[in-house]
Design a protein around this ligand. Sequence first.
Ligand SMILES: [Zn+2]
Length: 85
Amino acid sequence: MELLIITLATIIFGLLVLKLFLKVWPKTGKFGINLDEVVCPQCERPVPGVRKPESIQQALYGGWTCKNCGTKIDKLKKVPDLFNN
Ligand SMILES: [Zn+2]
């Protein structure tokens, strides 16, 4: 019985910490997290959920290269100049 209570308390505490973490973590910038679906800003086709990084920048900070038009998109759905130059 004690073990069950400890387990439940740990799970609840973990979820609260995760919720707080997602609230506090930045949505923008290099370390932002974007959990929304990403659509190519040029041709409006959705990019795959599982991405294959095509550069060190994409591997480190996230982002996609559109399979349809080749536009490079960062994880926040912007087309950063530093990717497309
Ligand atoms: Zn595209």
